[in-house]
Ligand binder design. Sequence first.
Ligand SMILES: NC(=O)c1ccc[n+]([C@@H]2O[C@H](COP(=O)([O-])OP(=O)(O)OC[C@H]3O[C@@H](n4cnc5c(N)ncnc54)[C@H](OP(=O)(O)O)[C@@H]3O)[C@@H](O)[C@H]2O)c1
Length: 276
Amino acid sequence: MLKVGKTLAAKKMDLNLKGKIAFISGSTSGIGFTTARILLEEGMKVYINGRKEETVNTAVTELKNTTESNEVYGIVADFRNPEEVMRLLQELPEIDVLVNNVGIYNSQSFFETTSKQWEEQFQVNLMSGVSLSNHCLQKMLCKKWGRIIFISSECAYLVPNDMISYSATKAAIHALSRGLSQLTRGTGVTVNTVVPGSTLSEGAKHFIADKAVKEGSNPKTVERDFFRKERTQSLLERFASTDEVATTIAYLCSPLSSATNGTVIRVDGGSTGSVF
Ligand SMILES: NC(=O)c1ccc[n+]([C@@H]2O[C@H](COP(=O)([O-])OP(=O)(O)OC[C@H]3O[C@@H](n4cnc5c(N)ncnc54)[C@H](OP(=O)(O)O)[C@@H]3O)[C@@H](O)[C@H]2O)c1
């Protein structure tokens, strides 16, 4: 029995994504970057994105070196800037898979969050997905195949006191994603939402460091107390790796997930605590 189990585990699953084209917003690091790596390993052509030429070029080089694929391209665009978003949409070729991953977050009191910060978070976290989906969905519907995946957060459910604006942007994503899925009826296009729990990306490391400064503590203590005091329902009781989240995203990108549409898949380690 053990021998059979080992053989099965060693056999890599083919996600049937070869030759398809993906765009992942905010993907020079973190969950987006790891998703790009997995999709490249599956034989896709992948367009990644970030705000700066330097980070985009570095990520493209790293992905080429680590995957032995040359089918990775970078598009520089800051989703806070509508002109850069317009340029991105002009540069973007027709794609099969859209991963609306970009999201900005920090630890901040509601009373200290300015209108400009609220607007920026909605612009980057929600409106990026609106613009990209508006650009891509119609073409996917014409082809009768496509995948749109929105990356939400456990915060859409938990609404931590220090992340109210961020949580609001993520809750809005659920309505957007469900609404778009309703436009795909009878086609091979699907639109779904992935809900990561706390995941050890570059962004999460900055979040922890920032929280440590604000609390007069240190990152190690913040990380330990985080699951004891703030993610009390977590069954994982640790940060997930970006790989643990990106494998689920890659599955939803694939033709294998064809019966999953208009729904929410949680990769939250149990942190949201609800049964449904
Ligand atoms: N990490 C977690 O614990 C966690 C938990 C739940 C949900 N999520 C969600 O998962 C997604 C990915 O998070 P992450 O933690 O992996 O990200 P991250 O490590 O913070 O990476 C952020 C990425 O987004 C890009 N980016 C930031 N602002 C941008 C902007 N205005 N325009 C274009 N690109 C921008 C960055 O690129 P440059 O620096 O090159 O510009 C970088 O590639 C987000 O939607 C986040 O809300 C994360």
